[in-house]
Design a protein around this ligand. Structure first.
Ligand code: NZQ
Ligand code: ZN
Length: 393
């Protein structure tokens, strides 16, 4: 096990009706709030009205900025920073999914920074502070309600970059699983694929003697898969949503990655798809992950046998390890198809002519400085290209 630090300060408030407590729990923590949200789902569901009523009842002043789109845009972040400065906002309340929360985090650090907030995404420069961010989660997926990460799309440059800092970990996150009832099926499937990938990125490692986190990863993955069809078959299955919602937070708050080298190859490869084609992050991961597994498994056969047997339930101790692994990967692929994910990149509208450009952007080769991605196996641009091709078969 590697040395590690675990810091996950977000105060999680979980269960039915918790969004009505937002106002009272912000008393004494801020003077003026920016209520940040997305397209329209929060208004259609009545959540927006409940949040504003809760703020008003508690006497919390607020201004509003909606319009965050999936794969949140840098241009809206700039507008949010200007608005916060003009209005004297000192806390951002993000009501929505990963895109809204990530946009809120970008604004939170941009308000406290004199230069262009894109600098952080571009260079990884450390920040010293950010406004506090509080979230009300409406889709279990990205894990941004507890993570220190933000992912923003620079639409002008067609770049989608992530940035992480402990200063960006939310102060509080409210999760009422009833709010997930209105999610369209494709967003449910995207969320499931994304949270599973957050575990995979930590689970697949060459670090040994990490039994506790191995078991935590496996339990999280099995819980997600066990409840996925329950929520798809009955979108008002509260108990199943509780399991999925909690698992989504655990998948990405850092716990299951403690003491392990992590991978993140699939996430890096997916961000290139979203940057050019504006596809859903989870859908891209569902297509890329089985292809990545097929490409890298020979580098750590025992790890992939463990995955196939402990997570995917493959049996047969007298069989060849490779047969066990390939069956495990195929079972995962079939699971993603069963929840409605696409099978290939071309099914998502991604054209083969762009594979090489995306592969070169992914490793930096397109910008003259190549840094391989991935941990279990280092991937150079030719490897990424091969994986894109495998994900199209
Ligand atoms: O905009 P509205 O109208 O609210 O609609 C949203 C949006 O269209 C809709 N939605 C959300 N809650 C709903 C709902 N519709 C009906 N009922 C509800 N309760 O769902 C759509 C997708 O929302 P989005 O926020 O984009 O989804 P998600 O949470 O999957 O976030 C994806 C973004 O998070 C980033 C991804 O790259 C992507 O940009 N990630 C952020 C991470 C982090 N900060 O730690 C880690 C992840 O790996 C990921 O990269
Ligand atoms: Zn993700």
């Amino acid at each position: 096990m590697n040395n590690f630090e675990f810091y996950s300060p977000a105060h999680l408030v979980f269960g039915k009706g918790v969004e009505n407590r937002v106002g009272e729990m912000l008393v004494g923590k801020c003077k003026k709030v920016l209520l940040h949200f997305g397209g329209g789902s929060v208004k259609r569901s009545g959540l927006y009205d409940r949040i504003t009523a809760s703020l008003e009842k508690a006497g919390i002043a607020y201004c509003v900025q909606g319009g965050v789109v999936p794969n949140p845009r840098l241009s809206l972040v700039y507008e949010g920073i200007d608005l916060c400065k003009k209005e004297g906002v000192d806390l951002i309340l993000a009501v929505g999914g990963g895109s809204v929360i990530d946009s809120a985090k970008a604004i939170a650090m941009g308000v406290c920074y004199d230069g262009d907030v894109w600098d952080m995404y571009q260079t990884g420069k450390a920040i010293e502070k950010a406004l506090p961010v509080v979230t009300v989660l409406t889709i279990p997926a990205a894990g941004s309600e507890a993570s220190g990460d933000t992912v923003i799309t620079n639409e002008e440059k067609q770049l989608k970059y992530g940035y992480g800092s402990n200063h960006l970990r939310p102060l509080m996150s409210f999760m009422n699983p009833e709010l997930f009832y209105t999610l369209p099926e494709n967003q449910v499937a995207n969320g499931i694929a994304d949270m599973m990938s957050h575990v995979f990125e930590r689970y697949f490692t060459n670090t040994t003697h990490v039994e506790l986190t191995d078991r935590l990863c496996e339990a999280t993955l099995k819980t997600i898969m066990h409840n996925a069809h329950k929520v798809l078959d009955n979108p008002e299955n509260y108990e199943a949503w509780c399991e999925i919602g909690f698992a989504g937070t655990v998948a990405h708050n850092g716990l299951v990655g403690c003491g392990r080298d992590q991978d993140w190859g699939c996430h890096n490869m997916e961000h290139e798809l979203s940057a050019i084609y504006d596809v859903a992050h989870g859908a891209g991961l569902a297509v890329l992950t089985p292809a990545w597994m097929k490409y890298v498994y020979k580098d750590n056969i025992p790890m992939f046998v463990q995955f196939a047997t402990q997570v995917m339930g493959v049996e047969g101790s007298f069989r060849q390890p490779e047969d066990i692994i390939l069956e495990g990967i195929e079972k995962l692929r079939m699971f993603f198809l069963s929840i409605g994910q696409p099978a290939t990149l071309s099914e998502m509208g991604i054209e083969e002519k762009d594979f090489e450009l995306m592969a070169k952007k992914c490793t930096g080769a397109a910008f003259g400085a190549e840094h391989p991605v991935g941990g279990l196996k280092k991937l150079y641009w030719q490897d990424v290209l091969n994986i894109y091709k495998l994900a199209n078969e």
